[in-house]
Design a protein around this ligand. Structure first.
Ligand code: MLT
Length: 410
């Protein structure tokens, strides 16, 4: 049989798999060393007790005739969708229809799969450095052309760097889809309302769809920074938004997320006419998924209870303190820093112009600390490095001291 040569021809392995491989090799050679992981953005705080209780109650309920649930409704249970709309959107002046929210098992799943709605020749743009899923999923579908010198020939990249204050310049060429992630992974930077308005206006003027990944929105503390793109007038016509309980409520292992597709978002069909992406996505999900389990959706809904929200807010504050700790320590190095304020990621320029991978190897060997090399987020991440605030406080303190020490030795 013939294989999908687009997957077979993908460069290297998935970023975090490659990091795990290098760390495993290092640990095998240095069994006595305690490695501190600040690489993958995986949470470390336990689930909130009230959320775990809702999860367990629903699971135990499944052993009774009244509490048993088979296949759930298309798009997710109304009890969860209603809470998401009431807590995440209405307080920001945004109202959504119940059928505009789709529950899924992850923002990675949805940001990876949403490209199934685009035509085979759709032109894709991403800000760069970039969360690899947006690029990989389109490359696997054969939309990005050839991979040469670290770049995809048909991918449009909008560089975001210390030089332009991490504000992307909009493309001059025709683009069908633009992926945005704010608060940004990997740079930890945000766009304010005015900056986002410029992009939404441009998307409307150029008939471009925005895929807005807001997985890290729980870390925003400034009311001037939008937590949803729908705070921006006009966004309902051009934007799909993907959100997640992973980083907000520690669900990386539990799995629950949602995607918003307003009824107004439309695309063109080859024979003329248009179709609503909401209807297309529902059709696609109906054929490919039976959604998320009942106990998981109950657990997710309980995040919005008074106690669940208080516990969740404490956990977010804990990670925010870690980010401050990292920023304070790294501030002593004189290196250029970004992020860490409205996001759990701190982005830095490596010392002495080292490549991100060289700095990764240096830190691993000298400090036994794992970070993420900027190159893992594409060539525009070259010479940069990402640290996460998702560790424990003790580990963050220890890692910050070890990193400072290692940088001083250079
Ligand atoms: C990251 O480290 O970038 C994230 O963990 C990736 C993800 O959420 O899939």
């Amino acid at each position: 049989m013939n294989l999908n040569h687009h997957i077979a021809g993908m460069p290297a392995g998935y970023l975090f798999a490659e990091i795990a491989r290098r760390v495993k090799e290092y640990e095998a050679n240095q069994p006595e060393t305690r490695v501190i992981r600040m690489g993958i953005g995986d949470v470390t705080r336990p689930l909130s007790p009230s959320v775990a209780k809702a999860f367990a109650d629903a699971a135990l309920g499944m052993t009774t005739a009244e509490g048993f649930h088979g296949y759930g409704p298309d798009g997710g249970y109304p009890f969860l969708i209603e809470r998401i709309i009431r807590h995440d959107y209405q307080p920001r002046g945004v109202d959504l229809h119940m059928d505009e929210v789709f529950i899924s098992d992850g923002a990675k799943t949805d940001t990876g799969a949403i490209q199934e709605l685009f035509s085979a020749d759709a032109r894709i743009a991403v800000t760069a450095p970039v969360y690899p899923v947006y690029v990989d999923s389109n490359a696997m579908a054969g939309r990005l052309g050839r991979f040469e010198n670290g770049r995809w020939s048909k991918l449009v990249t909008l560089p975001c760097s210390f030089d332009n204050g991490f504000v992307p310049e909009l493309p001059r060429e025709r683009v069908d889809v633009l992926y945005l992630c704010y608060p940004n992974n990997p740079t930890g930077t945000v766009l304010n309302r005015a900056q986002l308005q410029v992009i939404v206006d441009w998307a409307r003027a150029h008939d471009t769809l925005i895929i807005y990944d807001a997985a890290y929105k729980a870390f925003i503390t400034d009311p001037e920074i939008p937590t949803t793109i729908y705070e921006i007038p006009g966004a309902r016509e051009v934007a799909i938004e993907c959100c997640s309980f992973s980083k907000t409520a520690g669900f990386t292992g539990v799995r629950c997320a949602w995607t918003v597709i307003p009824r107004e978002v439309k695309g063109s069909l080859p024979g003329g006419g248009t179709a609503a992406l909401n209807a297309l996505w529902r059709r696609r999900c109906g054929s490919k998924s039976n959604g998320v389990s009942f106990p998981v959706q109950k657990a997710a809904a309980s995040v919005y209870s008074d106690i669940g929200w208080q516990e969740t807010a404490r956990t977010i504050a804990y990670y925010q303190d870690n980010a401050q700790l990292l920023l304070a320590a790294l501030g002593k190095t004189g290196l250029q820093l970004a992020g860490g304020v409205h996001a759990p990621y701190v982005w830095l320029k490596t010392p002495g112009g080292m490549s991100g991978w060289d700095f990764f190897d240096y830190l691993l060997k000298t400090a036994s600390v794992v970070g993420t090399p900027g190159e893992g987020f594409g060539t525009f991440g070259q010479g940069c490095f990402r640290l996460t605030a998702f560790s424990t406080k003790d580990n963050t303190q220890e890692a910050a001291a070890r990193i400072l020490d290692a940088i001083n030795k250079l």
